[in-house]
Design a protein around this ligand. Structure first.
Ligand SMILES: [Zn+2]
Length: 486
């Protein structure tokens, strides 16, 4: 067959002899990459003059997708430490080749939020990205709400998030959430919620501060699991009434999980994710009185051992279908400074910027669950790649090694060891919540659309702007009401 001149420059990579794991299960196979796409998966593949990657003894998995990040997010006086360049470099080093970041920082108009986030990401990202939109207002008239959802979905923004907490900055009332669910139902948009009951938190916070409890050790008491469960119940009931799908971000507690289960049993379509920090860390980091307690502040807060165990079980079963990161790191100086521009030092826990780094460590950390027998090998891959792609309209491009999809691919060495100190990682965060952890199993090669972007956990010729905006598709036809909780 004559080769057209244009084809000569197409880079061909043959990933040979690995254990391929994706939606089609785990099997020994070669993967042939041609240009930016997966060309073929099968036994004993050949190609003329390919670049050969020996993957024997390793897993070959789809590039991971992180559907919960906050890059360059302003929170009062401070901004999350990673921008789209450093954040996506960290992602690539840890085996993540696509992120979906939350556009919007407060009550700004939808259009403005999306434009701001495109400005932050376009020309800066090293791997591909999409946007959810954080919304605080939904048009009161149903047709107008639908038109707005449609207009954003047409631009690839097929999910929105609403907050049931933070009354001053972000919280919406039930009417707004109900209107969002109705418009989402009509347009194939996925509604996500930050499920913590803001009014109760305000009350508990006021009580704690009045009692002179100003340090981070008070946080678990003012944001207890009951407020997570209560918010889930409320949102799920609204979703059920609207016959709409609900996705609970960063589920943190056993009680919250029980609320998800109860809502599904009552006929609501509720999906949920958790994050590595809820699976690996616990609230003793906030309450042990040490100076670095402020470094473990996130919302919802870290919980207890029983919660961790319940969450691992739900990740294993697929009840928690996605594990994302809620990557939102701050430097120690910014944590100490706090969110109040005037103060220069936080004076109570409400001013400590909340959020942890996670983009680089999720793939390797979750694999520890495989090593420890907590989750299966295929579930590990599905939770970090397949499920997020399907849930958020990326599966036409990503989340699997199916021929024709983007050649986002990770060679993962189950024997590679790694210490998760900040200095060994690439986030601009100057501290790592997992610094004491030594893990076995780490990505040793990351391809993003066919190009090597990381090797042995280090970036390879990172090119800002090489990552593209990926428009996401709306949800497909809904499953029948009877099959709750897919
Ligand atoms: Zn978040």
């Amino acid at each position: 067959m004559a080769t057209r001149a244009a084809f000569v420059t197409v880079c061909v990579v043959l990933v040979r002899g690995g254990m391929v794991i994706d939606e089609n299960g785990a099997r020994r196979a070669d993967v042939l990459v041609a240009g930016e796409l997966v060309a073929e998966v099968g036994s004993d593949l050949t190609a003329s003059d390919p670049e050969v990657v020996d993957a024997s003894g390793a897993y070959v998995i789809p590039g991971a997708i992180d559907v919960h990040t906050h890059l360059g997010l302003p929170v009062g006086a401070v901004t999350s430490a990673d921008d789209f360049e450093s954040g996506t470099i960290a992602a690539a080093c840890g085996g993540t080749t696509c992120i979906v970041d939350f556009a919007g920082a407060g009550r700004e108009p939808w259009e403005e939020a999306l434009a701001t986030w495109h400005g932050r990401a376009d020309g800066h990202a090293v791997v591909d990205y999409g946007f959810h939109l954080t919304v605080t207002d939904v048009p009161e008239e149903a047709a107008a709400a639908r038109r707005r959802f449609e207009a954003f979905a047409a631009r690839g923004v097929t999910s929105v998030k609403l907050y049931l907490a933070y009354p001053d900055r972000l919280m919406v009332d039930d009417e707004t959430l109900g209107r969002a669910l109705a418009a989402a139902r009509a347009t194939g948009v996925q509604v996500c919620v930050h499920a913590e009951d803001g009014a109760t938190i305000e009350q508990l916070t006021a009580d704690a501060l009045a009692a002179g409890r100003v340090g981070p050790e008070a946080i678990p008491d003012v944001r207890p699991a009951t407020v997570e469960a209560a918010a889930i119940r409320r949102a799920a009931e609204l979703a059920r009434a609207a016959d709409a799908s609900l996705y609970v971000v960063h589920l943190s507690s056993a009680e919250g999980l029980e609320a998800v289960r109860a809502a599904r049993a009552a006929g609501a379509e509720v999906h949920a994710e958790s994050c590595p920090h809820y699976l690996f860390l616990d609230a003793s980091r906030l309450t042990d009185g040490s100076d670095d307690a402020q470094d473990f502040v996130c919302q919802p807060p870290l919980r207890g051992a029983t919660d961790r165990e319940a969450l691992w079980g739900a990740v294993a079963s697929g009840e928690l279908e996605v594990v994302s990161t809620d990557h939102c790191p701050f430097t120690r100086a910014d944590r100490r400074h706090g969110t109040d521009p005037a103060a220069g030092r936080w004076h109570d826990f409400t001013r400590i910027p909340g959020g942890l780094p996670g983009l680089e460590t999720r793939v390797g950390l979750l694999y520890q669950g495989v090593r420890n027998g907590q989750i299966g090998l295929e579930r590990w891959v599905d939770a970090i790649a397949g499920a997020p792609a399907r849930r958020f309209g990326l599966d036409h491009r990503k989340g699997s090694l199916r021929p024709g999809l983007d050649a986002d691919l990770v060679v993962f060495d189950p024997a590679a060891t790694r210490t998760l100190t900040a200095s060994s990682l690439h986030s601009r965060s100057d501290h790592s919540p997992y610094a004491e952890l030594e893990v076995t199993g780490w990505p040793v090669l990351t391809l993003a659309r066919g190009r090597v972007v990381a090797r042995d956990g280090e970036p390879v010729d990172p090119q800002p702007g090489r990552g593209d905006y990926v428009p996401r598709t709306p949800r497909r036809a809904r499953r029948p009401q009877s099959a709750a909780g897919d």
